[in-house]
Design a protein around this ligand. Structure first.
Ligand SMILES: Nc1nc2c(ncn2[C@@H]2O[C@H](COP(=O)(O)OP(=O)(O)OP(=O)(O)O)[C@@H](O)[C@H]2O)c(=O)[nH]1
Ligand SMILES: [Mg+2]
Length: 233
């Protein structure tokens, strides 16, 4: 069965891509091993089948990234809120891989592992409806100060729009597309994926109306080239 739309998780090794997908699809958190190549799950969303691709963050698999992104309707750029370098890598190493995604691809930026931060208890209090499955036994001494703040993710989102030459008014607001999650506790994991699936539906409809070749259409390729050289001129 051919999926109707594609969502791709990108980001540095160890940020928790596999754990997030596992949490959402299998409803649990378990030990992972670092991903080799890539793998996907199929999710039924209304009448549509959406493939969700988990990719390898390891440098040696980097070359595969743009292949996985081909025709993607959404890309989830994932970092670890306790590791600033993992956010920087999204811009330096992963953003360019999304050049092969659908022209109207949506971008989400996800800071994972919030359960490890000292802000987490506060987050839970203010987000009653998003309570994780199990109450968290908070042990303040093991919690750390968050290294990456939501504002940093919002700034990256705005850089992505610039890179893609998109106007802020034509795309979902940065605040809506920057998430903080915990694959370990489940915090905001359903919210993340389901927000994205809802946004992917109109893209699927557009892709279906225009035919599957739209993303590799030669006219798109040419215009992409033109805009790039225009950039450097
Ligand atoms: N505390 C905590 N640990 C997490 C969370 N998500 C993942 N981890 C742990 O972080 C490590 C890496 O998780 P993975 O899901 O394998 O990371 P990945 O991004 O898929 O890594 P690659 O496959 O190498 O690209 C594992 O030890 C996970 O148990 C989280 O939300 N909270
Ligand atoms: Mg993985």
């Amino acid at each position: 069965m051919k999926p109707d739309g594609k969502v791709v998780l990108l980001g540095d090794m160890n940020v928790g891509k596999t754990s997030l997908l596992h949490r959402y699809m299998e409803r649990r958190f378990q030990d992972t091993i670092s991903t080799v190549g890539g793998a996907f799950y199929l999710k039924q969303w209304g009448p549509y089948n959406i493939s969700i691709w988990d990719t390898a963050g390891r440098e040696q698999f980097h070359g595969l990234g743009s292949m996985y992104c081909r025709g993607a309707a959404a890309v989830i750029l994932t970092y670890d809120v306790n590791n600033l370098q993992s956010l920087i890598e999204l811009e330096d190493r992963f953003l360019a891989l999304t050049d092969t995604a659908s022209t109207d691809c949506i971008f989400a930026i996800v800071g994972n592992k919030v359960d490890l931060t000292n802000e987490y208890a506060l987050l839970l209090e203010t987000e009653e409806e998003n309570r994780p499955e199990k109450p968290v036994t908070s042990c303040i001494s093991t919690k750390v100060q968050k290294q990456v703040h939501l504002d940093d993710a919002v700034a990256l989102y705005k850089k992505i729009l610039k890179y893609k030459m998109l106007d802020e008014k034509d795309v979902p607001a940065a605040e809506k597309m920057c998430f903080e999650t915990s694959a370990k506790t489940g915090y905001k994991v359903d919210y993340l994926f389901e927000t994205i699936f809802d946004m992917v539906v109109p893209i699927i409809l557009r892709q279906q109306a225009e035919g599957p070749l739209q993303t590799v259409d030669i006219t798109n390729y040419k215009s992409a080239k033109r805009t790039k050289s225009g950039c450097c001129a």
